[in-house]
Ligand binder design. Sequence first.
Ligand SMILES: *Cc1c(COP(=O)(O)O)cnc(C)c1O
Length: 421
Amino acid sequence: MNRARLSTREECVAADARDALAHFRDRFDLPEGIVYLDGNSLGVLPKAAPARASQVIHQEWGTDLIGSWNTHHWFDLPVRIGAKIADLVGGTAGACVATDTTSLNVFKALGAALDIQRQDHPERRVIISERENFPTDLYMIEGMIRTLDKGYELRLIDDEHPLEEALGTDVAVVLLTQVNYRTGRLWDLAAETARIQASGALAIWDLCHSVGAVPIGLDAANADFAVGCTYKYLNGGPGSPAFVWVADRHVNRAWQPLSGWWGHDRPFEMAVGYEPSQGIRRYLTGTQPMISLATMEVGIDLALEVDEEALRAKSLELTSLFIDLVEERIPHHPLTLITPREHAERGSHVSLRHPEGYAVMQALIANGIVGDYREPEVLRFGITPLYLGYADVWDAVETLRRVLDEELWRAPEFQSRGAVT
Ligand SMILES: *Cc1c(COP(=O)(O)O)cnc(C)c1O
């Protein structure tokens, strides 16, 4: 399909009618009257999720109680769902568990990667990450450095200090986020993994803004470690457990630092000393939230039904349409595109800067276009290809045009900020 031809709403509606993925929209409960462009922050509700939640609450918890750890296989749920996520990220040459939060999994993967490097290259004491990374990733690195108290240091890369210059014989681990949360910029995961490994470092990939939106291919990239969350493009529900993936060659080489009883080889022996489980279970720490895990599996199963190349093609068409329509139809306002135009460098959201970004986004939300705002001045539009269509993009851009042309954002109620932006 030639997206350049979509220059009216009718043409967008016709493109939706031709879209082979359009039927997935019916699997989600999308509220009437809004276009939801925040699926990269909190994904929408799969229609099958409430019934699954009700079953786990009423039957498994309410009736079957403690026996559910065995009869409903609760104890294995993090590993069973983890295997599905490994499939999603093209990572069957490794193993994955669904557990804890991305922040905690960053800490675990980083601790294990540093431990492997301590065995192989004890002189390497630098951890590289991105100045523009999602802050929790940087905060967890800082916490690790303080905890170890062994002279590790964080080296930040940015446009002036690129990765190739930062790598060297002192670098132990590189932690990169495949799709940047603010700009939507996409790293070439395979190429950068190869570059990092060639320098003797290990790579940890944060997949929060890529899993469910961008083909990842951990096996093909010979990846070392990966983490990511499930409440964004995987529609797992608010605070649904994250995941950590480890290549087979690394999995038994190191302890992860949060060595709790769920990672023990024989947890119900209640032994005094810790012995890590052989395999990915060692990346578990403690008792997992079964209601959240069970509910989120519905979103994971849905994602597994989709052809990832078709999803990626649609994502690029929608984000390109969004960019083209903004440039054609809203040229007279101080909007600056901060998302790369190159397909190979773009994830699945589009970000625009506007000096009154916060108020503009509040006005958009009040007019049914739900995106979000990120400092500084950034309007962020998550384009989830699984349940959004071409007419949604048209409507979003038209509303943005109206908010700016009519200066709707100047209303006083759009100026004050809530706790969560
Ligand atoms: C969303 C996101 C997180 C979230 O971490 P939590 O521990 O789930 O709060 C972490 N890293 C990146 C890159 C993200 O985009």
